[in-house]
Design a protein around this ligand. Structure first.
Ligand code: G4P
Length: 306
């Protein structure tokens, strides 16, 4: 067992509630199922973080899916304070049994103790900072910044372990690895960015037709213009572009993206890699719109259009 996992096993003994952050764009791939075993017998709250970057409709579906599995769930943008009251209320709700048990035993005002867990870069430190209302935890993923056990007292009801638990994603599944790479959860220098971008294009044209066309004005003819440079958007033209996008191979779309963003080398040769980096950057920062790359299986089998 890894040191991090052993540490988490120890920490979990001290708490009532596991607050698990997942990335709303890939709620399955950004989980490590070990946490279900580690956190059994504990109250469980899943925060669908970076919900601001994910498809609103799918956020709702994922929320329902996790709730069905017995988790409490809140959609979240961890950088904003506006969901924190809802999270506080949900924490109390999730630990209702413990509060009731304490009350029956005559124990008063024993705070709920919680710990935050999640894969690197999912937003754990951001959440702790926002939730605690001050710079209580350092942002960035440097595990073990704090040596001793420190608790952040949020109010009279809730205390948070100040060091989040790091879970490692399941890289062994290639599709999981690819989705983690899309959202920027892996070191880009070890990835084949060109292939990654072609896979992303294939996924988007299939699942979000028009998303690429809308940003880069992809056209069947091979011509392309950068929409962000145009003053007025023409809906009819956009629809036409979306349907044109359909007939093109991913590499042809990447070529058009390159042309529209002037990713051309001095000899006139297309710089696919530059276009790939640009595309991934646009995707990761939400400039292609709110997109989710995984659908709950239950909805797939029921004919949900993923
Ligand atoms: P970690 O502790 O789990 O490793 O993650 P951390 O909080 O360091 O967050 C990783 C990045 O994700 C940060 O961006 C952070 O601002 C961003 N982030 C966290 N939560 C949300 C969210 O709900 N929505 C969006 N859109 N972004 C979120 P960064 O660019 O790496 O750092 P920074 O320059 O913003 O500090």
């Amino acid at each position: 067992m890894t040191k991090a996992k052993r540490q988490m096993q120890e920490d979990i003994k001290l708490i009532d509630l596991v607050i698990e952050l997942v990335d709303a764009r890939i709620p399955l791939s950004s989980r490590n199922p070990d946490i279900d075993d580690l956190g059994k017998n504990k109250a469980r709250l899943i925060l669908l973080n970076k919900a601001d970057l994910a498809d609103e409709k799918k956020n709702k579906l994922w929320k329902a899916c996790f709730q069905k599995q017995g988790f409490f769930v809140v959609e979240l943008d961890a950088r904003k304070r506006n969901s924190m009251k809802l999270i506080q209320d949900t924490i109390l709700e999730s630990c209702k049994e413990k509060i009731e048990r304490d009350r029956r035993r005559g124990i008063k005002n024993r705070p709920i103790r919680a710990m935050v867990v999640g894969i690197p870069n999912v937003g754990k430190s951001t959440f702790i900072n926002t939730f605690a209302g001050k710079a209580a935890a350092k942002t960035g993923n440097r595990p073990g910044v704090t040596k001793g056990k420190q608790w952040i007292r949020l109010n009279k009801n809730v205390e948070l372990l100040d060091t989040p638990g790091i879970l490692w994603p399941k890289f062994d599944d290639q599709a999981v690895g690819m989705r983690l790479a899309w959202i920027g959860s892996m070191n880009d220098s070890i990835l084949n960015i060109d292939e990654l971008s072609l896979d992303l294009i294939a996924y988007l044209t299939e699942n979000y037709p028009g998303a690429l066309a809308e940003r880069y004005r992809i056209q069947k003819t091979g011509e392309s213009t950068d929409v962000s440079q145009e003053k007025e958007e023409d809906a009819a033209q956009r629809n036409q572009a979306a349907s044109d996008e359909k007939g093109l191979k991913p590499v042809e779309i990447l070529e058009q993206i390159a042309k529209s963003r002037n990713c051309i080398r001095s000899g006139g040769e297309i710089d696919y890699s530059k276009a790939a980096v640009l595309l991934l950057d646009d995707f990761r920062s939400g400039r292609l719109g709110r997109l989710t790359m995984e659908s709950p299986a239950i909805y797939d089998t029921n004919g949900f259009d993923s």
